[in-house]
Write a new protein. Structure first.
Length: 301
DNA sequence: ACTACGCCCCGCGAATACCC
DNA sequence: GGGTATTCGCGGGGCGTAGT
């Protein structure tokens, strides 16, 4: 029995329904089963054709979803691959070599599909509820990444760290930092991370956070950032003509990297083409499988 | 016309301040 | 001390503008 869109939206709207990886897997499977038959249309992006948009029927107010990268998003048949293979592969992440493209693609695409299933479902909410959807989607992505790190046996949580601001040997006040990822090995904080579904105009803050936090705390803790993607829907002159536009700011990223401090790992599920071609970008930005397969373990000592 | 960028909007929820 | 109001930081869509 296929889950109704109304039911899917209700599930996705309540964060209590996502407390374990299996909750995400289950929801994803149900959403893709629905999408296989329940959509009004799949609209192809006019400028980057690997992107598409799902359009709902009247049960979803004929809303058009966020852009979905068809090279990364599994369909209903593919969702069975996630269920059978994703966790098994993820648990072996540390031993997956760089050239095992198949395993790495499975990790990357599974994370993307798990999250976009939630995002796309929330896009069915009526207009006035869209901000609600934005908040929930971001929170659930943070939670998913944490759950995946924990699944690998690594201590990871979110929380507030209060850094003392000291002038002339006297603590004037404390500055609160809310971190999405606090990664510990043997009890010690070894990396701090930021998780966002897109960098948008909040990219600068991540660089600033590393700079100021390490300065205040007088440490040199690595800071990483995890992003789902950096595209948004673009509406064109003609109605019903959809495209995507990039929200990543390469000038800012490179400026902060070169002149302030580079981040210690930046990971995307849906990486932009310029992150593979620009020499500065490609040396600092990688696909998300690199975090789980390689970089996470380098923070240990 | 397109890209890069700056900025605003609305709303959520945790933390904090306030009040009885 | 416990409950309520307010503050604060954040998430994500989208628009305006300047430069090319």
């Amino acid at each position: 029995m296929r889950t109704s869109l109304k039911k899917l939206v209700a599930i996705a709207s309540d964060k209590n329904n996502f407390t374990s990886i299996s909750d995400y897997l289950d929801f994803c499977g149900r959403f893709l089963e629905f999408a296989a038959r329940g959509l009004q249309a799949v609209i192809i992006s006019q400028n980057e054709s690997q992107y598409c948009f799902y359009q709902y029927k009247n049960d979803g107010h004929f809303n058009v979803t966020r852009p979905i990268n068809s090279h990364l998003m599994y369909d209903a048949a593919g969702s069975r691959v996630i269920k059978s293979g994703f966790l098994k592969t993820l648990r072996q992440a540390r031993d997956i070599p760089v050239d095992d493209a198949k395993s790495r693609q499975l990790i990357r695409n599974s994370i993307y599909t798990l999250q976009q299933s939630i995002g796309a479902a929330l896009d069915a909410l009526p207009a006035g509820k869209s901000n609600n959807a934005r908040k929930i989607n971001g929170d659930l992505f943070e939670r998913l990444i944490r759950l995946l790190v924990v699944e690998l046996g690594v201590d990871c949580e979110s929380g507030v760290i209060r850094a003392p601001v000291v002038v002339d040997g006297e603590e004037l006040f404390r500055m609160s930092y809310q971190h999405d990822l606090i990664i510990r090995f043997q009890g010690g904080v070894k990396a701090i991370g930021s998780v966002k579904t897109s960098s948008k105009d909040r990219l600068d803050k991540i660089f600033m956070d590393k700079f100021l936090y390490n300065r205040l705390a007088e440490t040199d803790i690595p800071h990483i950032a995890v992003f789902l993607n950096d595209v948004q829907r673009k509406k064109t002159r003609q109605e019903n003509n959809f495209g995507v536009s990039a929200t990543f700011l390469p000038g800012h990223f490179k400026g902060y990297t070169v002149k302030l401090n580079p981040l210690d790992g930046v990971y995307y599920c849906d990486i932009r083409p310029n992150m593979r071609t620009d020499s500065i970008l490609k040396s600092h930005i990688h696909t998300i499988d690199h975090l789980f397969c390689t970089d996470l373990w380098s923070f240990q000592q």
